[in-house]
Design a protein around this ligand. Structure first.
Ligand code: ADE
Length: 328
């Protein structure tokens, strides 16, 4: 059965995303604790004259800026950032090719690192610790091991599912940083900055409206800003007003809490098929026709954050707050 995709998952226009990416620590809004500690790690390493800072792990919900942060570190330290992801590396040869092409001081960013397969994961341990790549070449009696030195680099791993990362992998990072959900104020600042970069005129009230529908996620906030801009452009308005914003949300079926049809589907499935819960994640995925990962990584974090779903030992339960919201 093909599973549904959600609007949240659709790939954004990469060029616009690049244009909006913060390029300095000052431009990067929020995540103050992470920023402070990452900067200390980098400065200390530079003071010691090391070729590359220690490996770092970023974890937190989807869209909170883990990739953005990796690029920012690259920019601020003048290093190249190579980007890949756990599921993209299928064979050890692919991992070896990536590693042997690194130059000293590079940053290797592995997104969704919890999805790296076991064989690749074991190869990466000595690479992280000793910058030594141990490969087996050939088969049967002809098989032999080859040890290659890899230039000193910084691995930045990112994951939405810290619990799925094995202990040995997690322990090989010099530090792990949790990216927190943003607050309304920070998201408003991010929208204001993006609007200014994209040369969009927008009222304060419209910024607030977009922020409160953004699921407190910069990626969603920027996507909504672009959709509201589309409507303003089509309607020949030179400024985004609350009316245009409201009309966009209504066209896109985004309610005042930022919920979209996929979220509503989860909430209604809990009511209609589980009498409000508790429902286990597997049963909820099957009944709602969504992938388990999508529920865990996209829908649930926000629904839990706004107090619409409670996670209990027996499964997910809908709260009174969610019932009241759906009744409106
Ligand atoms: N775009 C995405 N995340 C951002 C952040 N934290 N600050 C500024 N712009 C961003």
């Amino acid at each position: 059965m093909t599973k549904k995709t959600t609007p949240i998952q659709i790939e954004e226009d990469k060029t616009l995303d690049l244009a909006l990416r913060p390029e300095t620590w000052d431009e990067y809004i929020g995540q103050e604790k992470v920023k402070k500690n990452v900067k200390i790690m980098i400065q200390a390493s530079e003071k010691r004259g090391e070729a590359a800072p220690e490996h770092m792990l970023f974890y937190g919900n989807s869209g909170l800026g883990k990739t953005t942060l990796a690029y920012l570190i690259g920019r601020e330290t003048g290093r190249s950032v190579r980007v890949t992801s756990g599921p993209a590396i299928k064979k050890t040869g692919e991992l070896a090719a990536i590693l042997t092409n690194l130059t000293e001081g590079d940053i290797l960013f592995i997104d969704e690192i919890h999805r790296l397969n076991k064989v690749c994961e074991e190869i990466i341990y000595p690479v992280m610790e000793e910058f030594s790549l141990n490969l087996v070449v050939g088969n049967g009696p002809m098989a032999r091991t080859v040890d290659l030195n890899i230039p000193r680099f910084t691995l930045i791993g990112a994951t939405t599912q810290l619990a799925l990362l094995s202990g040995p992998l997690r322990n090989r990072f010099g530090a792990s940083f949790r990216l927190e959900p943003y607050n309304q104020n920070d998201i408003e600042k991010i929208i204001e900055r993006s609007a200014s970069l994209l040369d969009i005129k927008i009222t304060k009230e419209s910024i607030k409206m977009i922020a409160s529908r953004s699921r407190f996620t910069p990626r969603v906030a920027n996507r909504l800003l672009k959709r509201v801009r589309d409507l303003a452009q089509v309607e020949d308005q030179d400024k985004i007003t609350p009316e245009i914003a409201e009309k966009t949300f209504s066209n896109l079926n985004i309610d005042e809490m930022g919920l979209e049809s996929g979220d509503i589907n989860i909430l209604e499935t809990l009511i209609e098929k589980f009498n409000g819960g508790p429902a286990g994640i597997g049963a909820l995925a099957a009944a709602s026709d969504e992938r388990k990962d999508t529920i865990l990584e996209i829908y649930e974090p926000y629904l839990v954050q706004i107090g619409f779903i409670r996670r209990t030992s027996r499964g997910r339960v809908l709260t009174d707050k969610a019932y009241n919201h759906l009744k409106k």
